[in-house]
Design a protein around this ligand. Structure first.
Ligand code: SF4
Length: 328
């Protein structure tokens, strides 16, 4: 039998509408992420993410570059949101994440976002992938509600940088079937320096614990593709700026060694990395090997490991092709 996503049940009992309304109210004094700006986004104020109340869609497409269990054979139905609540100096998607004036033209109504979800379903994608949804988390639920009324029945992936509000995540409980958080740093000092954010490690631990509480460590598969579960991504940064040991230790000891990890080696210097010598290079083989050793040391056996060559091949281009930024 085909998988029925959790939110379908919440649509029928009225809970999905209530959650969407509750989340939307947060926009009047935004605490959608741990920045807690308290900006009134409905009245046109901006917080650090420079985003209003309408979602900004930079691109949407069937995407084949996710982990194989998410892309499957028909692609993940990815929706790339513009702007971001982090300000990573090494962001590989900086054209869309750190360019608010340009992205303003990509604002869409909630109804249009719901239509996009249906379009991706009609293209036979396996799922809907919300990419960098955190700063629009208070508003996306409204579109999920509208799309589910129109027949959306794909599992939804919450593909986030990990700097999420626990209260907001609780509103997504039973709506998101697949959590795909980055766990970017095991050291908040480096997070402050390279992503301009306070307390990343502490806040990401709280958020990822909540995601784990909701979906657990045993993915559910349907015909080889994950329909429910969690994968934690960790990007190896040069000079251990990503604090890999602390990240893996937390996952193994405070979540579960059975959690699926996606270890990423694709880092390459870009954006403003020329300003800092510690981060202005790709990773060394020795750093890659060290991360593999740490996976072993903490007994993290489940997941995927990117090959070392990935830094040369995974380079999204958003300026030239908004329909399919990863086509190269
Ligand atoms: S989502 Fe944006 S406005 Fe809201 S708290 Fe985070 S950075 Fe501030």
């Amino acid at each position: 039998m085909d998988f029925i996503p959790s939110y379908v049940k919440l649509l029928h009992n009225g809970e999905l509408r209530i959650r969407a309304e509750t989340a939307y109210k947060n926009l009047a004094s935004c605490t959608s992420c741990p920045r807690d700006c308290e900006a009134n986004r409905i009245k046109g104020e901006y917080g650090i993410c420079t985003s209003g109340y309408l979602p900004v869609i930079s691109s949407y497409t069937p995407h084949f570059g996710e982990e194989p269990v998410l892309s499957g054979t028909r692609g993940a139905g990815n929706i790339f949101f513009g702007n971001c609540n982090l300000k990573c100096i090494y962001c590989q998607n900086y054209e869309i994440s750190q360019n608010p004036l340009s992205e303003k033209k990509n604002e869409v109504t909630h109804e249009r976002l719901a239509e996009i979800m249906i379009e991706l379903q009609n293209k036979n994608c396996h799922n809907i992938g919300l990419v960098s949804p955190t700063h629009f988390s208070a508003t996306i639920l409204k579109s999920i509600y509208l799309a589910s009324q129109k027949g959306l029945e794909l599992p939804i992936i919450y593909n986030t940088n990990g700097y999420d509000s626990v209260d907001m995540l609780k509103l997504y409980d039973g709506i998101i079937d697949i959590y795909l958080p980055d766990f970017k740093y095991g050291n908040s000092v480096f997070a402050k320096k390279y992503s301009l954010v306070d307390n990343y490690f502490e806040k990401a631990k709280e958020a990822i614990k909540e995601m784990f509480r909701q979906v657990g460590d045993k993915p559910v598969y349907n015909k080889g593709v994950i329909v429910r579960g969690m994968i934690i991504r960790h990007l190896i940064l040069p000079n251990d700026l990503s604090g890999t040991k602390k990240v893996f230790q937390f996952i193994a000891e405070e979540l579960s060694p059975d959690v699926h990890i996606s270890l990423m080696s694709q880092y390459y210097p870009t954006n403003k990395t020329y300003k800092d010598i510690l981060i202005n290079r790709s990773i060394f083989n020795s750093e890659y090997e060290k991360a593999l050793e740490l996976l072993d040391r903490y007994g993290l056996q489940n997941g995927w490991i990117q090959e070392m060559e990935s830094s040369g091949t995974y380079r999204p281009e958003f300026n030239n092709d908004r329909i399919n930024p990863f086509k190269n």
